[in-house]
Design a protein around this ligand. Structure first.
Ligand code: ADP
Ligand code: F6P
Length: 483
């Protein structure tokens, strides 16, 4: 039944995490909005039309009352320690994450994880159904919540539902391994609009629908039959690509800030003023190809193909999902490789590799991007990779080289990067040498083209496009125009 939501919210974001961090430095811990692109893009929409954001605050077993911050109504959902283990670390990040990233490590299939995933997804769907006003727009985000669209449609057929998948969507040949594939597809198909990073992800999804159900699809549209068991009526869903981007103008402004520019110079000086500063910035995740990058760098030092007195690599590896086995393995492997490279090639006045397992404020990240001559992005598979776009946005000088894996969503747009296949270590080494030796004229030509692309394609444009498409579908419920 549709609840009386006269005082409900017209726009509801549902995501695994709330867009806030808790500042624990004061005796009375305060929330502050986290500086990510998603919140930047959605905050104005939420401020303009009674918006709410439903998500987990990041700690176990904590009941937090809904609260308002920066014009947004936040609704924290409690996750028990058990649910974090089974739903977040288990099904989301040890089943779906590796399955959707080319099975770089083997996905694990456990029925208890799946049960917890259903339970938690239902809690998110019920919370959305509670806060959404009649006819509201609800935008669900990412692979942790793929059952929410269908659950919500059953509870609230009056709302308009969008879903955006921030990570890749695998081809049928891989997706078919998932024992619960039918339920996951059905879950997503509860949305009116299902957005993906790349056209390939959207076409993989539509093909999975055809292969799994034997249904036909028409261009981006999928006719979804009613499901009396779940309680959903027939409707048409659209699945298409909406490549996400960054807050280009905010980063551009930061990169002109005199204090940040001075900090960039200081970083270079503290590193001994290397002729070429190479940077890597990634969550410490096996999808990011950090091992491959370090192997290539170590070999280049050993071969003498880059001059070790002139080149320094700074690798930032943000702590991530630290209780999951595969994340502990990758950390061990990366840190062994770092130790080997520094053990072999350092001398008293020179260290070829600086490794940091830490998070940084946005200003410091911007200073690092400004300081770096070369940015290495070597993901084995990546939905988009925002770091690549951030680096380009932080290069007002027009110099700098982006070395970019062809297996990132960003490679579809930043076509002037030096493209590499990170599995091909010789090719990766050649790409790095190409970047180190590229003349300034070519650097500027490539960087100018990439910066132009990002100016017309920022995260605000991305959210506007998605929501406009969702509303356009909403005004035509689709079925009538199918035949
Ligand atoms: P993913 O979503 O897989 O983590 P992306 O590259 O798309 O990868 O996004 C990572 C985001 O996290 C970027 O906005 C980047 O600036 C930020 N980030 C990465 N490492 C750090 C760090 N050590 N400190 C602060 N922010 C970081
Ligand atoms: O981009 C994929 C993603 O899982 C996002 O949903 C999330 O914000 C980010 O990576 C960090 O992951 P986690 O929330 O597991 O720390």
């Amino acid at each position: 039944m549709v609840p009386d939501t006269a005082s409900g919210c017209d726009f509801v974001v549902v995501a695994n995490r709330l867009p806030v961090d808790r500042d624990t430095s004061s005796p009375d811990p305060q929330w502050r909005t986290s500086p990510g692109g998603l919140v930047t893009a959605l905050q104005p929409v939420m401020q303009a039309q009674a918006g709410a954001w439903i998500g987990w605050a990041g700690t176990p077993d904590e009941d937090i009352d809904p609260f308002d911050i920066d014009g947004m109504h936040l609704v924290p959902l409690r996750l028990s320690a058990d649910e974090i283990e089974l739903y977040y670390e288990g099904f989301s990040n040890a089943t779906l994450w590796p399955l959707f990233h080319d099975v770089i490590v083997p996905p694990e299939f456990h029925r208890a994880w799946w049960d917890a995933y259903i339970r938690v997804n239902r809690r998110f769907a019920e919370a959305a159904a509670d806060v959404a006003a009649r006819g509201a727009t609800v935008w669900v985000h990412d692979y942790q919540l793929m059952l929410v669209p269908e659950m919500l449609r059953a509870l609230r057929p009056d709302v308009s539902i969008g879903f955006f998948n921030h990570i890749p969507f695998p081809p049928w040949e891989i997706f078919a391994q998932l024992p619960w594939r039918t339920r996951i597809l059905r879950g997503l198909l509860g949305a009116d609009l299902i957005g993906f990073q790349r056209p390939t992800d959207a076409s993989n999804f539509r093909r999975c629908v055809r292969m799994n159900f034997g249904w036909t699809t028409k261009a981006n549209a999928i006719r979804v039959p009613e499901d009396p068991e779940v309680g959903t009526a027939e409707h048409v869903a659209e699945a298409k690509a909406f490549p996400i981007s960054i807050d280009t103008s905010a980063l551009d402004a930061l990169s002109h800030d005199p204090a940040i520019v001075a900090r960039a110079a200081q970083i270079r000086a503290e590193l001994g003023d290397p002729e070429v500063l190479i940077l890597g910035v990634d969550r410490l995740d096996y999808t990011k190809g950090i091992r491959h990058r370090l192997k290539a760098y170590g070999e280049l030092l050993a071969d003498g193909l880059i001059d070790r007195e002139k080149v320094t690599l700074v690798q930032i590896a943000t702590p991530s999902r630290e209780r999951i086995d595969q994340y502990q393995h990758i950390r061990t492997e990366v840190e062994l490789a770092v130790g080997r490279i520094n053990g072999e090639f350092s001398d008293l006045g020179y260290q070829p590799l600086h490794y940091f397992h830490q998070s940084y404020p946005r200003d410091e990240m911007t200073a690092l991007y400004l300081a770096a001559d070369i940015m290495l992005v070597t993901s084995l598979r990546d939905g988009m990779n925002l770091v690549a776009k951030e680096y380009v946005a932080c290069r007002p000088s027009g110099t700098g080289v982006l070395v970019l894996s062809e297996f990132t969503g960003a490679a579809d747009q930043l076509t002037q990067a030096v493209m590499v296949n990170p599995h091909d270590i010789s090719g990766l080494k050649a790409g790095i040498v190409r970047a180190v030796t590229m003349d300034e004229k070519e650097q500027r030509r490539r960087m100018r083209a990439m910066r132009r692309k990002l100016q017309g394609d920022d995260v605000q444009t991305w959210s506007r496009r998605f929501l406009q498409d969702l509303h356009a579908l909403d005004s035509d419920k689709g079925i009538s125009s199918w035949e």
